[in-house]
Design a binder for this molecule. Structure first.
Ligand code: AMP
Length: 209
């Protein structure tokens, strides 16, 4: 199964992707995670992406397309994959079309105010990548990862200022993808304000239909 998850920042793409990869036994490809790894390692690519990401902009189509092209050829993608955070522009979607035939695209939709509230309360584990939310999905012990005991941190782009910019970027550059994939007849929408479990069930129902 080859899937794409579309949604504004903090719509729950990463959370749902983690559940879907377990359910379907397919690979999780998060371009945001891949870029953050490059930033942490201080590679040339990371240096190029760092400022753009912190400011809530998009790295170049060319760069991200090259990364994804290489990634989907890896062994763990043989059974399929979920793309989380790619494509984010119509140019990226057109290039992806040339690379693979997608089965479905899931659009997790929620109002900006909800996204902004969620993203400023988000905490991530710098060690294992687990994601929490001080309001909606708190760790058992405040500020500590349930899975590996590491102190949680906030993403540099999860501030209100960068969050607003990311929401604007989403509406301008990524929202046209909803139309793009609707015309192809492979998109379905779920309500991103529902409970996490309910959204997972809704997505699985849509995918298995
Ligand atoms: P995410 O973790 O998906 O919210 O991505 C974090 C940041 O990485 C985004 O705000 C962008 O700066 C960058 N990024 C991730 N995926 C892409 C993409 N497909 N195209 C351009 N920039 C991206």
């Amino acid at each position: 199964m080859k899937l794409v998850l579309i949604g504004a920042p903090a719509a729950g793409k990463g959370t749902q992707a983690a559940r879907l990869v377990e359910h379907y036994g397919i690979a999780h490809i998060s371009t945001g995670d891949m870029l953050r790894e490059e930033v942490a390692k201080g590679t040339e690519l990371g240096l190029q992406a760092k400022e753009i990401m912190a400011a809530g902009g998009l790295v170049s189509d060319e760069l991200i397309i090259a990364i994804v092209k290489e990634r989907i050829q890896k062994d763990d993608c043989k059974n399929g994959f979920i793309l989380d955070g790619f494509p984010r522009t119509v140019v990226q979607a057109e290039k992806l079309d040339e690379m693979v035939s997608l089965d479905k695209v899931v659009y997790i939709n929620a109002p900006d105010a909800v996204m902004l509230e969620r993203l400023t309360a988000r905490q991530i584990c710098p060690n294992c990548g687990a994601s929490y939310n001080k309001i909606f999905l708190p760790p058992k012990k405040a500020g500590i990862c349930d899975q590996c005991g590491t102190a949680l941190t906030q993403r540099k782009d999860d501030t209100e200022e960068a969050g607003l910019k990311r929401l604007r970027t989403f509406h301008e550059q990524s929202e046209p993808l909803v139309d793009f994939y609707t015309k192809k007849g492979i998109l379905f929408e779920v309500d991103g304000t529902a409970a996490i479990d309910a959204i997972t069930q809704e997505i699985i129902k849509g995918l298995d239909a």
